[in-house]
Each structure stands twice: as C-alpha cells, then as structure tokens.
Design a protein around this ligand. Structure first.
Ligand code: NAD
Length: 489
C-alpha cells in the first residue's frame, strides 16, 4: 500500500467494485493503473471491469429499488441517511482531500473545498428529500386528482475526472434523495475519492445495492451502462462527443438523460467595470483546476476603450502564476494526464493568434508531472480555433469589442452555452446583457458563486441540457404520475 493510501486511511480493498454492498473483483481479472498527475508515477490500481460486472451492478440496483429495505424507506429516512453521509465526509475532509490531490493533481486547498462541497450536496438534498413532493390538481366535480412524484428507478451516473468528489454529490445526492438507486461509472482517470465516498455510504447504513460503483473504461463499462435495458435514467457529465453517444443510447432505450457537457464561457468586461474587483476573478475563473473546469471563463471580452489597460494587468497576473508549487501554497497544479498535457500543448503550439504572456512552472514541481503553464493570447479573432474550441486547459483568449451589441454577438458566437459573467456598474446593462446571453448561468460582477450547490446549473446547445444543482435537480431525478380518482358527484 502506498504512502498516500496509509496517510489517507483509504481502506477500500483494491482493485474492486462495489456491487450490492460488497467489494468484489472484476470478472476480467484485469486492472488499470492509477497514475498521479503530480509526478506521473502509478501508485494504485482500479478494476478494469466489463459488461458482466456492470450487469451485476444494475441487477443489484434494480433489486434494491424494488424489494430491498430502500424501497420502504420514507423520504425522511433517506434524508437522515444522507445527512449522516455528509457528516462522515466532513469528518474525513483531510484524508479525502489528500487522496484527491494525489489522484487528480489539484492543489490541496481546492481538494479540501471539493470535499466540503461534496458533503454540502448530501446535506442539501438530504434536507430536501421530504420537502419536495407532488400536488393535488383542482379538477371536475367528483374527481380527486393527484400528481404523484416518483423516482425513476435505477439511475446510471457517468462522471469525468475534473471534480470527482463534487460531481458525486451533484449527481448522486439528488438521485438518492428522490428514492432512486444508483450505478456509478466514475472516470478511469480519477475515481479513488468516489470509491471512498461509496464506502462511507455503506458504513453509515445505505442498504446493499443502493449505491454501486463499477470502475473501468468508458467505451466498455460506460457504454454498457448507457445501453443497459435495466437503467431508467442517465446522468452524464463529460465531453460533448461522448454526450452525443449517451443521448443516442438513451433514445434507443426510451429513457431520459441529463447531459452536463463542456463550455467556452465568456467574461464580458465593460468600460465602467470595477477593474480592481474583476481582475483577480477573471484570472481565477480560468486557472482554477488548471483550466479543467467545464465552466472555466476561457474567453475574456474587453471593451476597446479599456482593452490595453486590462490586458496589461492580466499579463502581469499571468506572468506571476507559478505552477506546481507543492503544499498549501499551490495555486495551480498539473493537468490530469500525459494525454491531456499533450492535447493542451498542441493547442498552444498550433495557435495562430498573438501570444501575450505565459506563467511558469515552479522549480519545485516534481519531475514527470503533467504541468502546463497558463497562457494568454490576444487580441484573438473570435472565430479562431483557440477562441472557439474547448481546450480544457489553462489557455485564456482575450477579445476586444466596441459596444454592447458586439459583445453579446461574440459571447453567443460559439457552439457552447454554459456560463457567462458580465462586469459593469450599469444596472440596466446588467439586465439587458444577462437576458441576451445564451447559457445556463450568468454572473454579474462575480464568477461561479463558489460552486453554488443551491443554484441550477446546466447548458444549452453543445453544453448539454437538463439542470443539476438546486431544487430543480430533483425534477430531473424524479417523474410525475397523475392519479385520477372518481368518487362521484
Ligand atoms: P469524457 O466524455 O471523455 O469522459 C467522461 C466519462 O464518460 C468518463 O467516465 C468516461 O469513462 C466515460 N465514457 C467515455 N466514453 C464513453 C462511452 N463511449 N460511453 C459511455 N461512457 C463513456 O470526458 P472527460 O475527458 O472525462 O472530461 C472532460 C469533459 O467533460 C470536458 O469536455 C468538460 O467540459 C466536460 N465536463 C463538463 C461538466 C459540466 O458540468 N458541464 C463538468 C465536468 C466536465
């Protein structure tokens, strides 16, 4: 067992899946290495599962949904259990964060925040479990009509690697709150915190089969999960390319899905903006998690009259970013894998837009890690490749604009529409621009709202559809049955 495993008291026997309340090996007998992005060294293994493991997990989830103790849990009981899980996660913030940092590469402070957020999702949705219900519909004389809210059944959850623990909270907590059972296929690139959270769920008393985890490759286990006839709903977070496949598979099985996909989110800076407040946020909205955030603010649109002034300040901030400093001082860590590093670096080397500045990689960064210094390009053609495509790395494009209409046109001028921010002191402009932007969240004079568990989140077009976070997610993870009772005139 590696050092990090002992430090983090990560006691999951490995490499195993969690199926029907038990840790079981894969039928394949194969494993996938877990490589730390910090130094590029393998430090653990996960099961390289296949369709047989997945099938067992779906059968267990179905049984738990239909006839296990979970089927007769009241909403209040579900909520209590979720609150217990939240409390356990909070007790384990430090070891879980250490594990996440080792597995995913993110700075330890961010990993701690992620664990607190993961717990917060279970608190929030646990608290909502018995407060979100159906309605009675006034109808004709002699009728009693109820709109009953029911769980879908077995929910398949497929997640990426960028915020593994937070995303578990975001997708699994609302699913459980509504009484579904879950089969999770975490990312093969970072899934240890997810395995540990599943273990904690078992420890606090979630019945067998309610929360199952099968690790492995996307084109094997993920594909099998989306195509399985025993799955009633799919929650997918990941790339638009895979999201398209998920949607096709869901359509073939006539089940619903939410797709939380990528983004190319704009930050609009008008000439009346409070620049002192805006500047650190503009940079952090990009470099957080090494640019590997679906809602990263990867385009900064600046009004021409203040363009030079803002760019000068952004340049100074970019040049000051030190990547890969270990420990509590870390601001930006490595990207997730050698493949991702190579992908981001090829965007940078092939970019045909002017380079303004780049940060540097710390001398203390361990050799072999997947570090990429943040890069600032501009003035960029809004239609250039780097200003249009999601790079999912620390690359920021600055784009000048003349007026409000042009700013809106550029902001809406990509295939994506996830998040946007607007920096202006003009109240009427705040409202006009927020209304005109095509996306799921608009932040006025701020960005991201620290994750905002309470705030509905999701995209339009290539950023996906459906909404997670907030009470609205409970709509997605439940369905309505109308019961019409005729009792006579
Ligand atoms: P990805 O789409 O490659 O993988 C996501 C998950 O899908 C992984 O678990 C993977 O194993 C699985 N998968 C891969 N092929 C599959 C298939 N054929 N069938 C079923 N499942 C399959 O994405 P990634 O590289 O892990 O993450 C990066 C992408 O995710 C970026 O585009 C990013 O913007 C997006 N993302 C979006 C959000 C959001 O909330 N909108 C959040 C995080 C990441």
């Amino acid at each position: 067992m590696s050092e990090i495993m002992m430090q983090s008291t990560f006691a999951v026997p490995k490499p195993l899946n969690l199926i029907n309340g038990k840790w079981v090996p894969s039928h394949t007998g194969r494993v996938l290495p877990v490589i730390s992005p910090i130094d590029g060294i393998p430090f653990s293994d996960i099961a390289d599962s296949d369709e047989r493991d997945l099938d067992e997990a779906v059968i267990a989830a179905r049984k738990a949904f239909e006839s296990g103790p979970w089927a007769i849990f009241t909403a209040t009981e579900r909520g209590r259990l979720m609150a217990k899980l939240a409390a356990r996660i909070l007790e384990e913030v430090e070891p879980l964060a250490q594990l996440e940092t080792k597995d995913n590469g993110k700075p330890i402070k961010q990993a701690r925040t992620d664990m607190i957020m993961a717990a917060r999702y279970f608190e929030f949705y646990g608290g909502a479990a018995d407060k979100f219900h159906g309605e009675v519909i006034p109808f004709l004389q002699g009728y009693d009509v109820g709109m009953h809210r029911e769980p879908h059944g077995v929910v398949g959850v497929i997640l990426p690697w960028n915020y593994p623990a937070q995303q578990i909270g975001r997708s699994i907590a609302p699913a459980l709150a509504m009484g579904n059972t879950v089969v999770l296929k975490p990312s093969e690139d970072a899934c240890l915190s997810g395995l540990r959270i599943a273990q904690l769920a078992l420890e606090v008393g979630f019945p067998a089969g309610v929360f199952n985890v099968v690790t492995g490759r996307g084109d094997v286990v993920g594909k099998a999960l989306t195509e399985h006839r025993g799955v009633d709903f799919i929650s997918f977070t990941g790339s638009p390319e895979v999201g398209t496949m998920i949607q096709i598979a869901a359509a073939k099985n006539y089940v619903g899905c939410t797709l939380e996909l990528g983004g190319k989110s704009p930050q609009l800076v008008f000439e009346d903006a409070d620049l002192d407040a805006a500047l650190p946020v503009l940079v952090n909205a990009l470099i957080q998690n090494a640019g590997q955030t679906c809602s990263a603010g990867s385009r900064v649109l600046i009004q021409r009259s203040i363009y030079d002034q803002v760019v000068e300040k952004l340049k100074a901030r970019f040049e000051a970013v030190d990547v890969g400093t270990p420990g509590d001082d870390a601001i930006m860590g490595p990207v997730i894998s050698a493949k991702q590093k190579q992908r981001v670096e090829s965007y940078i080397s092939e970019a045909d837009q002017p380079l303004i500045a780049s940060g540097c990689i710390s001398e203390c960064a361990p050799a072999g890690g997947f570090y990429v210094a943040p890069v600032l390009f501009g003035p960029c053609d809004p239609n250039s490749k780097i200003a249009q495509e999601e790079i999912f790395g620390p690359v920021l494009c600055v784009i000048p604009f003349e007026n409000e209409a042009e700013a809106i046109a550029i902001a809406n001028g990509t295939d994506y529409g996830l998040v946007a921010s607007v920096w202006t002191r003009d109240g009427a402009r705040q409202k006009r621009v927020a209304k005109a932007l095509h996306c799921g969240q608009v932040f006025i004079n701020n960005y991201g709202a620290a994750g905002g568990v309470e705030l509905p989140f999701g995209g339009v077009r290539k950023s996906g559809h459906g909404r997670e976070k907030g009470i609205i997610a409970l709509h997605e993870f439940s369905r309505i049955k109308t019961v019409v009772n005729y009792f006579g005139d």
